[in-house]
Ligand binder design. Structure first.
Ligand code: UDP
Length: 363
């Protein structure tokens, strides 16, 4: 039995790590292919977890637009499919890599397994183009691994046959559990006993005026609360640095860093008092860790996370973000203990379940 695991970006790699590791202990041959859609962040994850892709496509170097990425992957991934002739291709989530890889496989009549199937924001423009990618991949996949019952119900509404849908939890929880057990020395920025606020923002639909509005909220919060320190590991997209340079006011309690590795980042999430993010994966991690998290987006496909009471959908308007922060930081941050870990996204055994189902299905 041979499968191909196709990965293009940091979050896909992070969420595929548990499967790639566990599958090594089975009779399945797994060929890892990197599309290199996020070259730098992706290779950091591969290094951290000792993963060596057999094939690397230089997508980022060769393509700029989404359509270039799709056509580049279609053509080059097809060549790999012709050489390897896998029984199944594993794609994750909602990236352009996953979408193009699934389409290339479909056209060659190769079965597709979709991990993290069924997430929906019900708005094709947010997240863009991810919402379309998910719907598209789900419409051609053979095995659908849904993280939650909500995701399963979304798939059923799309017309996917229930017997091809498996609710398995999210593999990110497998990795967070592993990461939090690692004994590492976290080189934490010097925050001098202040409240630690962890910030990330990178979404394509936020690049531009939304990100300016998020950064204006950061400026206001730093002025309003002299007992907070905001740590902002900045995504390497140069557009983000440009907007940050234009908007963020210099403040010694605003610490802009390079991205942390994922073990460090999960530990930082655990240490933080409040997280502010427009990331998808970070929402899931913080729900599991039990951290109040301000979601810097107008809608989230992580609707289950909202039920855990750890996520606050603030939107991207400056005042709304500040108000949401105020509502969490009440009584000088004395209410933070009420946020508890939730298993809504799984118990850390998703990868084990996924591999068993794949084995059964390929047999
Ligand atoms: N992450 C990381 N280092 C950082 C910031 C984030 O390892 O400095 C990890 C984080 O733990 C999560 C993932 O990156 O697992 C989220 O990726 P991202 O926000 O890029 O994408 P999304 O989840 O929105 O698709």
């Amino acid at each position: 039995m041979k499968i191909i695991t196709l990965i293009g970006t940091r979050p896909e790699a992070i969420k595929m790590v548990p499967i790639i590791k566990d599958i090594n202990h089975t009779n399945i041959e797994n060929v890892v292919v990197s599309s290199g859609q996020h070259e730098e962040l992706l290779s950091d994850v591969f290094k951290l977890y000792d993963i060596i892709p057999k094939y690397k496509l230089n997508t980022l170097k060769n393509c700029k637009s989404l359509n270039e990425i799709i056509s580049f992957i279609l053509i080059n991934f097809e060549k790999i499919l012709d050489i390897e002739k896998p029984d199944l291709v594993l794609v994750h989530g909602d990236t352009t890599t996953a979408m193009a890889g699934a389409l290339a496989s479909f056209n060659k009549k190769i079965k597709i397994a979709h991990i993290e199937a069924g997430l929906r924001s019900f708005n094709l423009e947010s997240p863009f183009p991810e919402e379309m990618n998910r719907i598209f991949i789900d419409s051609i996949a053979y095995l659908h691994f849904a993280p939650t019952v909500t995701a399963k119900n979304n798939l059923i509404k799309q017309g996917i046959k229930p017997h091809n849908i498996f609710v398995v939890g999210n593999t990110i929880i497998d990795l967070v559990k592993f990461n939090l057990k690692q004994d590492i020395k976290l080189k934490l920025p010097d925050i001098d006993e202040k409240r630690l606020i962890l910030l990330t923002t990178h979404r394509r639909e936020n690049l531009g005026k939304n990100m300016k509005s998020i950064f204006s909220a950061v400026n206001i919060l730093l002025e309003k609360y002299d007992n907070i320190c905001i740590v902002f590991p900045m995504h390497p997209n140069p557009l983000i640095k440009k907007i940050a340079d234009e908007t963020l006011k210099k403040n010694k309690r605003l610490i802009i860093t390079k991205p942390f590795n994922t073990i460090e980042f999960n530990k930082l999430e655990q240490l933080a008092d409040i997280v502010m993010t427009d990331s998808g994966g970070i929402q899931e991690e913080c729900v599991f860790i039990g951290k109040p998290t301000i979601v810097l987006r107008t809608e989230t496909e992580r609707s289950d996370g909202l039920k855990s009471n750890n996520l606050f959908l603030a939107g991207v308007n400056t005042n709304d973000i500040v108000k949401t922060f105020d509502s969490i930081a009440t009584d000088n941050f004395s209410n933070l203990k009420k946020y508890k870990s939730s298993k809504i996204y799984g118990d850390g055994r998703s990868s084990e379940r996924i591999i068993k189902i794949i084995q059964k299905s390929l047999n």
